[in-house]
Design a binder for this molecule. Sequence first.
Ligand code: PGD
Length: 758
Amino acid sequence: MAHWGMFEAESDGAEVTAVHPYPGDGDPSPILANAVGSVRHRSRIAGPAVRRGWLENGPGPSDRRGSDEFVAVSWDELADLLAGELRRVVDTHGNRAIFGGSYGWSSPGRFHHAQSQVHRFLKMLGGYTRSEHSYSLGATGVIMPRVVGTHWKMFARSTNWEVIARETDLMVCFGGVPLKNTAVNDGGTSHHPTRGALDAMRARGGRIVSLSPLRDDLHGEAEWLAPRPGTDVAIMLACAYVLADEGLADLAFLDRYCTGYEVFEQYLLGKADGVAKTPEWAAALSGLPADTIADLARRMAKGRTMISVTWSLQRVRHGEQAPWAGITLAAMLGQIGLPGGGFGHGYGSMNEPGLAPVPYPLPTLFQGQNPVSDSIPVAAISDLLLNPGQEYDFDGQRRTFPDIRLVYWAGGNPFHHHQDLGRLRRALARPDTIVVHDPYWTQMAKHADIVVPSTTSLEREDLSCTRNDPLMVAMHAATPRFADARDDYDTFAALARRLGFGERFTEGRTAGQWIEHLYGQWRGYVLADGGEAPEFDEFWLRGHVRMRTEDELTLFEEFRADPEANALRTPSGKIEIFSADIDGFGYDDCAGHPRWYEPEEWLGGRRAEAFPLHLIANQPKTRLHSQLDHGATSQGSKVQGREPIRLHPDDAAARGIADGDVVRVFNDRGACLAGAVLDEGVRERVVQLATGAWFDPLDPADPSSMCVHGNPNVLTADVGTSSLSRGCTGQHVLVQVERFDGELPPIRAYDPPTVRPR
Ligand code: PGD
């Protein structure tokens, strides 16, 4: 099992030589092919290593991180050094000086999940400063609990695809429903129903409108509207205006199930600020004709309508507004809780939304409490390291960044996920020590002081199951362990022994015994529910067990049926179109109701005079994030070895750029090379460069160096969505593009650094 699907691997005894998708998956992902050749790839970390500067000079800030060489050490030396350093930091600076944010997807599997392992370990060590929320859903994770009382339930208990296929007349998709993202599900997935469901809906006569600067954000037949990026909220508000103005809003629904519509309506009609949010107003911002917007609103009110908002729309400045305005629009239509109508958040953002949930809890490695209460919003990592002691706003609180001495990362790659990589590199020069566990020499590993070589999920046994997939899967190892790599569990067990809590950490179990134990825990839930699940040995032999799922689900149907008994977990128990709490925080970048804010990075503002193209830095279709970027599917898409950047042919012609040219993409934060692909399916003045090409600085010693490979996060701004949630805003950035006529630098992203023997 991988995050991108279930498969059977063929191996020659040391390497994966072929992968075969699970026959039950009707639409398997091409990303699976990246696994071939990944176990012994030259970018694997072959053994424990310590940065020379750290080994020779001891812990301390260093700007040599990322360009220094490494010294190979034995596992015993590594464990002694690392345990000693953890003890030093705890004794001298306290546990809050350890940042174990460790964000990242790592690999699937309920036991060997790197995050679960590192967090359990650090909690037992006495705690650590942690991070909250995710890069995926930084804004949603804070705003939606305040608006509807939950965020994850919106995906885990979203209206099922089969219900949409059968019931929806009109699906209005802000951000489209990009099939490429449905390849992936955090923790694994055994089927991909999105394509089939959309086809079935269309075959029944349902219509789809996709609002996105990229035509292929929706496959097959759909009405494509390509507004200026970042103006979806203005369009939603204008649709809401038409509903209010033409008496099409469902006032009974708004009264019974929502709170604060009257305040919002004052804003909508321009009574609060003198600006009516008319279709003409939104047309000037978005570039869509006013008639098209007004017509869309009227069509919404005519039949069963699903308003869908992708997660990408909240990964921008003021990202709170799109899901909030989207659910407000759906509330005005009065169809929330009706089959095929209402609101969806995340269709096409990951495979999970639209899939039926399983009714049982997942088997979980117990982690315990973190004795340290400090935490940061996850995308504030550079702020944290650069500004110890500084105060900041977050979700109604005033917080202070702790002084971090040791950064512990396992299972994530900030050189993939974080914005403004030049700033990140300056931030990573600050702590005394950086520890990274990863199977591969990612840039994060190259910036570490202590490098711990992990196994991949192909080299170990595990269990896989997720909230919205019917299969509990036995993950058999496909190959033996590579070189001197170890499971993260074994590393933490060895450290825990040296630090005096070995028995507490392992509970006396080997990894194999833990897997059997976790399966037993889950089997208990199933049997208690009257279901069937075999004993562990039989399960392991069979390969998977099928669970019951909760089919035919409609989001918020129980709330609609009885809003008192099933009140939402908001202060009013209702959908908060106006939130008195948020209003009370007094933020100038997030008011008490959804509203339009002009972003800094958009085509309508001053900045576009210097950087006239709007870059969409979205999720790649050839890999998951930065994982297995060296695999065949990912490599097959590169242009002269660089990540492809798509441009409209007119924008390319204006710059003398031909299909297949290497281009320099730049702004005042940084620059990268990329390979031009001309595409009329990209809106004019928009370019698209996916995230995930491994960061490859021309000069590794220079924090501002150009990336020769095409990582867009050298360009993106390291600013939060707003004072409320401070989520990641990496999706949008303004740039300029020019043909690169210089000598083409080689790609060194996958080369290991120099590692010398001790
Ligand atoms: P991955 O490339 O998946 O990226 O960011 P994330 O850090 O999750 O990194 C996972 C790492 O785990 C890889 O280096 C992999 O080798 C390692 N790994 C795999 N298995 C194991 C294991 O068993 N043990 C250990 N120790 N390591 C392992 C993703 C993040 O990026 C996300 S979720 C989103 S949604 C954001 N999206 C955007 C965006 O839209 N635009 C921009 N510009 N930036 C983004 N960044 C965010």
